[in-house]
Design a protein around this ligand. Structure first.
Ligand code: DAH
Length: 354
């Protein structure tokens, strides 16, 4: 079109207008159809592009008149194409998402986090406190001989203390499910020479009627310290500090006389009620005190069983129930909740609470 005339231009422009009417970008069915429209008018060889290119052949006056018109048309067409393109792309995304089950816009699922059982957490806390006081962790078997569970702890056959402990017996050879972690005291002393400071956390078994505060399987932490010149005062100081670290710095303790065959003297250790601070409530049965543990100075008879010289060495021991501590610290009313493995219960006890 080297010699473009105004007439030629007008007719080409009229054709373009009518072609544009029949090729409205807003009606393009898909991105391919839209691209065809773009190429047809705006591509390098597109009819509008050609028209604009050929403008230069017209006299200046006509260029001034026609140029802006054609440019405006190009601008409008470009805008329409861009708008339709955005619309078709959004539709295509939506269609792709509805076809696949993968919706990348959904928030991610948090992986279920495991956590330690509240009893395990409580044992860890007690062990942590006691390890800072120099005690190391010891373990023993759950099935014990009568020797370790009773005899070496100064509880001979037919001693009434055996009856107190509702023992589960396994016959032939006579074995027992250990009724207390005190059995590990004997094993620990047998396998090392004094001085010695150990704790033994673990499971114990008693043929008990199960109710809100009793279970046939429960847990204890046993402690034993043997050294030169250990006295009842060491026991008092150690347990007072231990209980303050466990229940809070304002915790009060009291030691009242008690009896255990393996300690002499023996004490029951109470803490001032954690709920009413001593004024009396249903938890402490209006007494202001809660019974916490048994303890005492190691009976010299026990030393004889493990060949420790009772003249040279002395010691103290204590045994504390884990469930009781966990119930008091976590406000749990029924011991059975610990064993039912109901995740709604267990998942409340985040490690950070302990
Ligand atoms: N073994 C005792 C019980 O199960 C608890 C206990 C009391 C342990 C006094 C001790 C102790 O070491 O000295 O009831």
């Amino acid at each position: 079109m080297a010699s473009l005339t105004r007439k030629n231009w007008d007719s080409a422009y009229a054709k373009l207008k009518s072609a544009l009417k029949s090729a409205d970008p807003a009606q393009a069915a898909d991105l391919d159809a839209l691209e065809k429209i773009r190429l047809r008018f705006l591509g390098r060889k597109g009819s509008l592009t050609e028209l604009l290119k050929n403008l230069k052949d017209l006299p200046l006056k006509e260029r001034r008149e026609l140029g802006p018109q054609a440019q405006a048309r190009r601008g409008a067409l470009e805008e329409k194409i861009a708008a339709r393109k955005a619309q078709l792309e959004t539709q295509a995304d939506a269609a792709a998402l509805s076809e696949s089950s993968l919706d990348l816009t959904l928030p991610a699922f948090m992986p279920a986090r495991g956590r330690l059982h509240p009893l395990t957490q409580t044992i860890s806390e007690m062990a942590k406190i006691l390890s800072l006081m120099g005690f190391s962790w010891a373990e023993g078997p759950l099935v014990e001989s009568e020797y370790y569970n009773f005899e070496a702890l100064n509880i001979p056959a037919h001693h009434p203390a055996r009856d107190l402990q509702d023992t589960f017996y396994l016959e032939d050879p006579p074995l027992v499910m250990r009724t207390h972690t005190s059995a590990v005291q004997i094993r620990a002393m047998e396998s090392s020479r004094p001085p010695l400071r150990i704790i033994c956390p673990g499971r114990v078994f008693r043929n008990e009627e199960v109710d809100a505060t009793h279970s046939a399987v429960f847990h204890q932490v046993e402690g034993l310290a043997v050294d030169k010149n250990i006295t009842f005062a060491d026991l008092k100081g150690t347990l007072d500090l231990f209980l303050k670290r466990l229940f809070g710095p304002d915790t009060r303790t009291r030691f009242i006389p008690s009896y255990f065959p393996f300690t002499e003297p023996s004490a029951q250790v109470d803490v001032g009620c954690l709920f009413c601070s001593g004024s009396g409530c249903s938890v402490c049965k209006q007494s202001g005190w809660i019974e916490m543990l048994g303890a005492g100075v190691v009976n010299p008879n026990v030393f004889k069983f493990v060949n420790y010289d009772p003249e040279a060495w002395s010691g103290f021991a204590f045994g504390i129930g884990v469930e009781r501590v966990a119930m008091l610290r976590l406000g749990i009313k029924d011991i059975r909740d610990f064993y039912e493995n109901d995740m709604r219960f267990l998942s409340q006890f985040d490690e950070s609470l302990i």
